[in-house]
Design a protein around this ligand. Structure first.
Ligand code: FES
Ligand SMILES: [Fe+2]
Length: 398
């Protein structure tokens, strides 16, 4: 199995967290925040704030936009709508990646319509200028009549992109410089390294357009308090509610939640028994991603706004699984395994979470919603807000 993590630091982190989690389940407690916090609907409907988030978060720090296996071969590309730019990401001949604004430098026609493909030449549909996969302007149509200009200056506009831990990270601002390791910090970087996500393949990337603020969406998937109330017949049957053991890394954080199968260990210490089947291990990767590590695979959920619209977002969901060769399954059995996982996730998220979260967004547009509360038990959401506030209003990570 490729998804394991035997770094000593991670083993200690897991051991401590399992111990604490069992204590919480016995005592009906949870890791918590220092205080209840009030918040206002303006956080989810103010267009001026949404504009700051677009620029000071998505235009300033690295976030995950794909898994490397989605652009595996030279000249493979994906195109993706990000908060500030529509972007093409292209695997280069030398194995590196480049990202470009998906717009012709002549008069701005969109170069690529498809969400993915393979292309040795990007040819503009309007007047047929063409660009090499490295972004340089190759041909100018009827250039004898067009006039002289410096072609080197009119290649596709590049965005900072980096591949690390199997993921493609990007900062959605052409002027930014990217350093994913620095953004992650040593603890989160080591944790992700241990998951060896670069050895996995992305099986089912899927995009959902939601009529819901991206932070409400992200909160919904950091929330262990709602499980048995919003999902009584699905997730609530197999997962515990309102008990997490969390490790805060200052910006990113990591936490364990429990499956009910853990109950057999409530009366005694688990000793060296493997616990990975009895817990869900989650990593919040600021600013907008949630990585769930399961015994057999990894899931990634990402959330981002539509430009500066506070009421709309994109959620992307992908399963990263061991390759067919690694599992020893035949093609059909391998596909069937991940499709089954996918359908379980979709039936919960799409049918149960999405309508509730869209309803929350509607409530934020009420004129008299009144202030609302985030409980001490909702620790992950407090830490998410802490980071968003810091990025939008300034200050450094502790
Ligand atoms: S807009 Fe692309 S060639 Fe004219
Ligand atoms: Fe949920």
């Amino acid at each position: 199995m490729s998804v394991d993590n035997d770094l000593p630091v991670a083993a200690e982190l897991r051991g401590d967290a399992v111990h604490r989690l069992l204590g919480h389940l016995r005592d009906e407690t949870t890791d918590g925040f220092a205080a209840i916090e009030r918040f206002s609907p303006a956080d989810y409907r103010d267009p001026a704030l949404a504009e700051l988030e677009r620029d000071r978060i998505f235009g300033a720090v690295p976030f995950i936009v794909a898994h490397g296996s989605e652009v595996a071969e030279p000249f493979d590309f994906v195109s993706v709508q990000l908060p500030r730019n529509n972007v093409i990401i292209v695997r280069q001949r030398d194995g590196g990646l480049r990202a470009f604004v998906n717009a012709c430098r002549h008069r701005g026609a969109q170069l690529v319509e498809e969400s993915s493909g393979r292309c040795r030449l990007f040819s503009c549909p309007y007047h047929r200028w063409s660009y090499d996969p490295d972004g340089s302007l190759r041909t100018v149509t009827l250039d004898g009549t067009f006039g002289e200009f410096d072609r080197a200056e009119f290649g596709l506009v590049r965005l900072p992109v980096e591949e690390r831990h199997g993921f493609v990270w990007l900062i959605d601002d052409a002027r930014a410089e990217i350093d994913v390791a620095a953004w992650l910090g040593p603890e989160t970087d080591a944790l992700l390294a241990g998951y060896r996500i670069e050895d996995l393949v992305s099986v089912t990337p899927h995009t959902f357009d939601r009529p819901t603020n991206w932070k409400i969406m992200q909160d919904g998937f950091l929330d262990n308090y709602h499980v048995k109330y919003a999902h009584p017949n699905t997730a609530g049957k197999v997962l515990h509610t309102n008990a997490v053991a969390l490790k805060d890394f200052g910006r990113h954080f990591w936490f364990l939640a429990a499956r009910k199968s853990i109950d057999r260990f409530l009366g005694e210490s688990p000793g060296d028994a493997p616990m990975d089947k009895h817990v869900i291990e989650s990593c919040f990767i600021a600013p907008n991603s949630m990585l769930l590590k399961h015994a057999t695979h990894v899931e990634l959920l990402t959330f981002r706004p539509h430009g500066a619209d506070p009421g709309r977002s994109t959620m992307e969901m992908r399963i990263m699984a061991p390759t067919q060769a690694e599992t020893g399954l035949d093609e059909d059995a391998w596909r069937a395994r991940w499709e089954k996982n996918w359908h379980i996730m979709i039936s919960i998220i799409h049918d149960e979470d999405f309508p509730i979260l869209a309803g929350s967004q509607n409530a934020m547009f009420n004129q008299d919603t009144g202030p609302m509360l985030l409980g001490r038990n909702e620790l992950a959401s407090h830490l998410f807000r802490r980071e968003i506030r810091r990025l939008v209003h300034g200050g450094s990570a502790e």
